[in-house]
Design a protein around this ligand. Structure first.
Ligand code: DGL
Length: 271
């Protein structure tokens, strides 16, 4: 159901800084909108949580967005898109338009591939176990081979800025080496934290890295009717440790404004 909007901000949610890689793509093609970003740093990482936990965390965030007059929400998190989108859509059907990342982005990954080609997906454990990428790709072309790789640990490297750590490099290399032997046509960055690591990946394996957010941003632009803001603005909220969020974000996305701490156990109306 499409809801008519006026100057409502576009909401984005993720477990942490990863979702900023989606905000970056939206901002590139829609710089004149207002955005509200929520990083659920208290509950990070989502990739090792159950579908019930992820639904419960993200439902609270969407309720927060409703209070903030958001009408359009981009789930800037693959794990949430894989595990909780259907339930969230049902729950907020008359309040929010919700844009999921995998369902909107996966098809573009394979549009130029042919039968028998192989594509790899790097993602969190929960996303890999859901097989959501494989399902979405098979809807487009059932003859494409999909290798989904559990990259649990990559999120912590990004959130803790461990880019130069020897163990991080060795760990990343082990994941890259595991897909190299399949001669893949491209690797899908199936977690929004991974665009932060793409320069490291490229040094190890020079193949195409596909970021679904680029295509999702175009799909969102095509579907929303929010008028441009006269004074475009971005606001940032986290559930824990705003200082660490700013430091980790700045590697990729400079935040020059306040990062607000939200405690859902307190009354939301006081925020
Ligand atoms: N960035 C998110 C994703 O795209 C969540 C990562 C996590 O917290 O495990 O899946």
């Amino acid at each position: 159901m499409i809801i008519k909007s006026n100057t409502e901000p576009i909401g984005l949610l993720d477990s942490g800084v990863g979702g900023l890689s989606v905000l970056k793509e939206l901002y590139k093609i829609m710089p004149n909108k207002d955005y509200i970003f929520f990083g659920d740093t208290k509950n990070l990482p989502y990739g090792t949580k159950s579908p019930e936990q992820i639904f419960s965390f993200t439902k609270e965030i969407l309720e927060f967005f409703v209070q903030k007059k958001v009408k359009n929400v981009v789930i800037a998190c693959n794990t949430t898109s894989a595990l909780a989108y259907e339930q969230l859509k049902e729950c907020f059907y008359n309040k929010l338009n919700i844009f999921p990342l995998i369902q909107l982005g996966a098809k573009d990954a394979v549009s130029n591939l042919k039968d028998g080609d192989t594509i790899a997906v790097f993602a969190t454990r929960a996303t890999v176990n859901s097989k959501k990428y494989t399902q979405e790709i098979r809807k487009i072309n059932p003859k494409i081979n999909v290798i989904e790789t559990d990259c649990t640990g990559f999120v912590e490297i990004v959130e803790n800025r461990l880019y130069d750590d020897i163990h991080s490099i060795e760990f990343i290399k082990s994941k890259i080496d595991a897909v190299k032997k399949y001669n893949v046509k491209k690797i899908i960055l199936g977690c929004t934290h991974y665009p932060y690591l793409v320069n490291i990946f490229k040094k190890m394996y020079d193949v195409e890295y596909f970021n679904p957010a680029v295509f999702v941003a175009k799909a969102v632009k095509a579907q929303i009717d929010t008028p441009d803001s006269l004074n475009p603005n971005m606001s940032f909220f986290v559930s824990e440790n705003p200082q660490a969020f700013r430091l980790s974000a700045n590697v990729f996305f400079e935040i020059n404004t306040d990062i607000n701490l939200v405690d859902f156990s307190k009354n939301l109306s006081s925020i």
